[in-house]
Design a protein around this ligand. Structure first.
Ligand SMILES: Nc1ncnc2c1ncn2[C@@H]1O[C@H](COP(=O)(O)OP(=O)(O)OP(=O)(O)O)[C@@H](O)[C@H]1O
Length: 546
């Protein structure tokens, strides 16, 4: 440890968890930063900056002479020398050092490079206690004001994660960075990737599949068997996304069809229609369910519904009203399905084999909802697709688990508020909400990992939010701070205040994924290889001047 790393001393007045210290005023301290305290015996403990304020005993209002110096730069610069930073430091690991002792030295984390590299190793070991060499912990970003990475516990992923931050705060770039981390897990000299399906709301990820330079970077260790873009129109270098309704039970299909149309329906009415459709599909169970939604065979389904209502009125008691409502729901579903050609006879579909291939080849599937990949697609159709994928994943993972075959797949959902909204968000999403909630509740046992990305946590259903065990917060809206404190527990008042002003590229990581068990402020370095093809917002003047 060189003297240049010493930045302050411990003062009297500490408590078992909080150390008071003075540090040099020219040190660019950050709330959430990690520092080291060394005691008289040379033992070191770790602390996190909780709060700081500047002090200078000369510059106080009560000292009359100060008032006459307001325009005296020369004297002021001499007096500035006695400015200090008074800091509160939360003890993270005392390592048997007597960190609270007044007079102890406060030091910054040594840098990796240069003479202090070996010192840094020592403190890193102190921080991570053996996890540094454990392949289940992967390096992510840099802890603020240091060049040491935060380790993420990969095993926490199936416990689900939320990434939140206002527009432009860096969520998508962060997710790209995480995709890169999860695509290059090293174990015993070989590389592995977490199988992932990404619901790409705005085309922020498609270049990872379509641009060879990006694809090759992401797959530099050849861990992914494929990186594939799924679209809803025919495009070069893309797979067409199609549904296979035969994979679902009549009851699943009935649920999808009815909730897609009657998203606000009174439960009683909707459940009658679901029963009616389930019955009709059961009676048509020898038919190909996909073909029942094609132009030629749709009438078979409609006629079956009419037949049940009209011919078996006395026996079953379905009313004309229920029939009419169901026919209308069927029509809506069919219209959506046909508008985007989601069901096509004999064409390849997104099915169990796709998920099996995704798992075994450790693939990355990007479902492209951008204007290019899904031109003119409305939110209802997107919900049909996300609901389909979630249901497929759930059924697949349950089936495999029953067979004692272990699987893991991560489902990343951008603009998650459109699929799993809270009561505060004006979107109906019965179609996706229940299945995603089930995936969140039960999925962890089966290897499902949800990553929900949204601008505001308050827009996400509370029950599902409570099932997320890890969070990455970028800059958030003021209104969300209290909410975040209540769902995560451990964010201090001071760090919470930082949430509203975090610069781009900084975030606070909390929850099971973070082995340090305290919220950690990180800087996510921008790697040009990972920068989105869409790029940054342009310079207006540059655009106008051509
Ligand atoms: N770690 C970073 N370092 C520097 N710049 C960054 C970083 N992360 C993101 N940016 C830049 O900030 C801008 C917004 O990033 P990004 O698109 O990831 O934000 P977002 O939160 O996903 O926004 P939106 O909600 O609008 O999709 C981009 O120009 C991106 O290049």
């Amino acid at each position: 440890m060189s003297n240049s790393d010493i930045i302050g001393i411990v003062l009297e007045g500490g408590t078992p968890n909080i150390v008071k210290a003075l540090i040099r005023a020219d040190y660019d301290v950050k709330i959430g930063e990690f520092l080291i305290i060394r005691d008289r015996e040379g033992k070191a403990g770790l602390v996190q900056v909780e709060h700081f304020e500047y002090g200078n005993d000369f510059y106080t209002e009560s000292l009359g002479i100060v008032k006459s110096l307001v325009d005296s730069e020369v004297i002021a610069s001499i007096l500035d020398k006695s400015t200090y930073l008074s800091v509160s430091l939360r003890v993270i690991k005392d390592n048997n050092a007597r960190v609270q002792m007044p007079g102890n030295t406060v030091m910054k984390f040594p840098r990796t490079k240069g003479v202090n590299g070996t010192d840094q190793k020592k403190y890193l070991e102190l921080l991570y206690e053996g996890k540094l060499d454990d392949p289940r912990y992967v390096k992510y970003g840099r802890i603020i004001n240091t060049d040491i990475p935060l380790l993420l516990n990969v095993n926490a992923l199936p416990m689900h994660m939320g990434i939140f931050g206002e527009t432009g705060s860096g969520k998508s770039y962060n997710m790209r960075y995480l995709i890169d981390v999860f695509s290059n897990l090293e174990f015993n000299g070989k590389f592995y990737a977490i199988p992932m399906v990404v619901i790409d709301a705005n085309g922020d990820y498609i270049d990872l599949a379509t641009l060879s330079i990006k694809r090759e970077y992401l797959n530099r260790n050849s861990s992914r068997g494929f990186i594939r873009r799924y679209t809803f129109t025919d495009l070069r270098n893309a797979h067409r996304f199609r549904l296979d309704l035969n994979l679902f039970t009549p009851s699943d299909i009935a649920y999808m069809v009815i909730t897609a149309k009657y998203r606000d329906a009174e439960v009683g009415q909707a459940s009658l229609q679901m029963n009616l459709l389930e019955l009709a599909l059961n009676e048509l169970k020898d038919e190909d369910f996909n073909s029942l939604f094609t132009e030629e065979n749709f009438s078979t389904l409609q006629e079956k519904v009419s037949e049940i209502v009209e011919d078996r009125k006395d026996e079953l008691g379905f009313t004309k009203n229920t029939q009419r409502a169901l026919q209308s729901a069927l029509q809506t579903f069919r219209n959506k399905v046909s508008q985007f050609d989601l069901i096509a006879d004999g064409e390849e579909t997104f099915n169990y084999d796709t998920l099996e291939e995704l798992f075994f080849k450790q693939g990355l599937a990007i479902v492209d909802f951008s204007a290019d990949g899904a031109p003119g697609m409305d939110i209802l159709t997107k919900q049909i697709i996300v609901g389909y994928i979630a249901r497929l994943m759930l059924n697949y993972l349950i089936k495999k688990k029953m067979n004692n075959e272990k699987r893991v797949i991560s489902l990343v959902i951008e603009e998650a508020q459109n699929y799993i909204p809270s009561d505060n968000y004006p979107v109906n999403a019965h179609l996706t909400k229940d299945v995603l909630a089930t995936l969140a509740t039960q999925g962890r046992k089966f290897g499902a990992s949800l990553v929900l990305i949204s601008q505001r946590p308050a827009f996400i259903d509370k029950v599902v939010l409570s099932m997320l065990n890890s969070f990455i917060f970028h800059r958030v809206y003021h209104e969300d701070v209290r909410y975040i404190q209540s769902v995560t527990g451990g964010i201090s008042e001071y760090l919470a205040k930082e949430l509203v002003s975090l610069p781009r590229g900084q975030a606070i990581v909390t929850g099971l994924i973070n082995p340090l068990e305290i919220p950690v402020r990180v800087h996510i370095e921008k790697k040009s290889e990972l920068e989105s093809d869409i790029g940054s917002e342009g310079d207006l003047l540059e655009v106008l001047t051509g």
